[in-house]
Design a protein around this ligand. Structure first.
Ligand code: FAD
Ligand code: FO1
Length: 449
């Protein structure tokens, strides 16, 4: 039985007896997916077929060949997994997902539409249009967060320390194991057709100059291997070495979490059962659960999550007070993109992202803060940060990214620090500070010209 607190129902519709459709978007996996499990439960109750529908848009928040390639390979693996369970898998391509969904609902007389949860503006617009059409009841399931975002808090949280107790006291109830997806007793179609992936790939109009990376292999199987590898080899070092970009002590799970090819809840269950020190586990779970779910909270309750309007009062004031401070260096978006600044550490971080599709977490803070220092305004810094992050990061276009940039540039979820030029009281990071934490020269060598 799926915890009903993970589900919210919208709208009614002509309650016909047709199949149940899970309109999959954020959580692109078969295993450990509450939205799919709920849709199957509902289809069994109705004694009807179950079909997963994925709406492919030609361009998505600046995604390039790099991210679409990763996602499409993951979806191809998913199609095969679902077929074995007699669960349908259909892809519809077009720039208006709501239109595709309504057409699909009408064509197949869908009796219930299940969706997954996503706080991003574009996704909420897609969903709102379907609900307003009134063609079908819509049940949204939060399959991404361990504690459902709508339940963890009913408002925008001030910082990690305010949401942490609200999440931790609910883990008892929500951090539970998953039932397996069953072979579905009512087949979607007698002769399941393969998706024409060539045709699907042909519908996207992305920037081909940002190529796919071989540093991360896509799909649920590789995601499960990445989790196993991290737990066995690096989890014990995470707490001590997670801020050292040379140490390779971080999980590298974010591309899989972003595309939903791995459930954060599965990761949390596996980490909790691991045979390593409690402090190593807690350090990781703090990031995986509290920090990640704080980002969904921020994007869900803050309309302007990707704009300076979202900065807290104290930060907006202090940045404004220093708006006219002299900028010793000013770079254009292209100079940043091509790693052509005066700072070799910053350039190395940019190259790590360009080449591997994933910049180390500690360097992302330094990287974003220097963009604030080397542009004319926080507005421009945020625009450039979002653009570069979403163009080159495999895990970009994610609530974690908008929140990470707002934290770095606008002090969101942070506090005031000693006042200085340009930053005001927003936390500052320096090359000297990095040198005191890790071997800067080694990192620069790893990503040299
Ligand atoms: P690990 O350190 O192994 O952490 C495991 C998981 O915990 C991560 O996958 C992530 O889900 C979560 N997590 C860790 N740190 C954070 C954090 N600070 N905020 C929220 N969740 C966190 N993350 C993205 O997923 N996409 C982005 O586009 C993104 N952009 C960022 C931009 C900036 C400027 C900053 C400061 C942070 C950004 N982050 C982003 C958050 C964080 O840096 C990445 O999630 C992390 O580096 C991913 O690598 P990992 O999975 O190896 O992390
Ligand atoms: N979700 C969709 O439903 N359809 C898409 O075509 C699609 C493309 C896409 C490309 C890059 C990317 O990073 C994400 C993409 N997503 C798409 C959404 C993604 O699954 C996530 O839901 C959000 O980006 C994170 O909230």
């Amino acid at each position: 039985m799926i915890n009903p607190k993970r589900i919210i129902s919208f709208g009614s519709g002509k309650n016909v007896r047709g199949p149940v459709c899970y309109w999959m978007s954020r959580d692109q996996r078969m295993d450990d997916n509450w939205a799919l499990l709920y849709a199957q439960e509902q289809a069994k109750k109705r004694e009807t077929a179950l079909v997963v529908l994925f709406c492919m848009v030609p361009d998505f928040l600046g995604a390039t060949r790099r991210q679409y390639g990763f996602m499409l390979k993951g979806l191809q693996e998913l199609e095969a997994r679902l077929r074995e369970k007699q669960i349908g898998f259909e892809v519809r391509c077009g720039s208006l997902p709501a239109k595709e969904v309504c057409a699909f609902v009408n064509a197949h007389r869908v009796s219930l539409l299940v969706t997954d949860f996503d706080p991003l503006r574009i996704k909420r617009q897609w969903k709102r249009r379907v609900i307003e059409s009134g063609v079908v009841p819509v049940h949204e399931v939060d399959a991404h967060n361990i504690v459902p975002c709508r339940k963890a808090s009913d408002k925008k949280e001030f910082a990690a320390y305010t949401i942490r107790p609200k999440i931790n006291r609910r883990l008892e109830e929500f951090l539970e194991d998953f039932p397996a997806v069953k072979k579905h007793p009512f087949p979607w179609s007698r002769k399941p057709r393969n998706v024409d992936w060539e045709q699907v790939a042909g519908t996207i109009t992305v920037d081909e100059s940002v190529g796919e990376v071989d540093s991360f292999m896509p799909g649920e199987n590789h995601a499960a291997k990445a989790l196993k590898n991290f737990v066995e080899r690096r989890l014990s070092r995470f707490r001590a070495q997670r801020n050292d970009p040379n140490a390779g002590a971080v999980s590298d799970l974010s591309p899989y979490l972003h595309f939903g090819q791995l459930s954060a809840q599965r990761a949390a269950l596996t980490i909790s059962a691991a045979k390593v020190g409690e402090d190593a586990k807690q350090a990781f779970l703090e990031e995986l659960i509290v920090r990640r779910e704080l980002s969904d909270n921020f994007c869900f309750y803050e309309e302007a999550y990707d704009s300076v309007q979202a900065f807290p009062e104290w930060a907006a004031k202090t940045l404004h007070a220093h708006a006219a401070d002299r900028r010793e260096y000013v770079y254009t978006r292209e100079q940043f993109a091509q790693a052509r600044t005066h700072d070799e550490l910053w350039n190395a971080a940019q190259r790590q992202m360009l080449r591997t599709g994933k910049m180390h977490g500690y360097m992302r803070m330094y990287w974003a803060k220097k963009i604030l220092e080397w542009t004319r305004s926080p507005q421009e810094a945020l625009r450039i940060g979002v653009y570069l992050n979403d163009k080159y990061e495999l895990d970009g276009r994610d609530p974690n990214g908008y929140t990470g940039l707002a934290w770095s540039i606008g002090g969101v979820h942070d506090r005031a620090w000693g006042e200085r030029s340009i930053f005001g009281k927003v936390r500052y990071m320096s090359l000297r500070g990095c040198r005191s934490k890790f071997n800067v020269d080694a990192y620069i060598r790893s990503y040299s010209e």
